[in-house]
Design a protein around this ligand. Sequence first.
Ligand SMILES: [Zn+2]
Length: 274
Amino acid sequence: MLKVAASDETGMINIKPIGIVKSEFKAPEQVPITGGGSLIEIFPEYRRGLLRIEENSHLWIQMWFHKARRDILTVVPGKVNPNLPEYGVFCLHAVSRPNPIALSLVRLEQVRDNLLFVSGLDAIDRTPVLDIKPYYEQEIVFSPVTPYIRPLKREMRQEIFMKQAMLHHQEKCAGLLLGVRMALVADDYLGQLNSRVLKVTVNGSPCLADVVQGLSNARFANPPRFRYNETGDLGQSVWEKDGSRLTITARRPVTADEFFNTDDQQIFSIEFKE
Ligand SMILES: [Zn+2]
């Protein structure tokens, strides 16, 4: 069994893994940025610690990224976008850090004996698991201030928006697909969507409104950034930032297949005023 030890003033910190990740990803570069489906095998001596774990839908998983570099303090988040500036490792979820402890929020799909089937875990096969904690509702900060680590590739932005939308809305409905596509267009024109100076108005279905709100983190008040009118139309969103105004109107409903294979212009009429 792997033993992790670090010295401090009082002596040694001993951390024993409680389990191990079993995943199809064998190398770090194979792991998608939003993670994938994995199995966590809890070692038999810790199995009693899983009592009632199935009452949770989401868990925090702490792991030890055993292949990470421990000798650097700044990195460029190059997997996301090689053109970004350097950041301190304590200001990113980068794998490289003095103590390569990883923190991953996963969905608990199934529990069988000492096996946890989870989705959204960004770890390679045989990664040691250090700890598991439930994700509680009161831990949610709806609109935190964060830097914008914008992925260079649109596919990666889409992958991240899709994950964020699914976490917020929790069903892959037509409103979700439309909302994610609208958010991608708004991001192309206006940049960071969860900016405190970006305001958004949604006209359309409650599903579209919920998804756009989840992706923009725009609240109804404090500060007021979100407005919604329920209509039976296909859907429209109006985004305003720094005097610019972007109006995205759906021309037609989007199926899951079209979502990935159709140009913005075919789905939307887009009007931008600077
Ligand atoms: Zn929905």
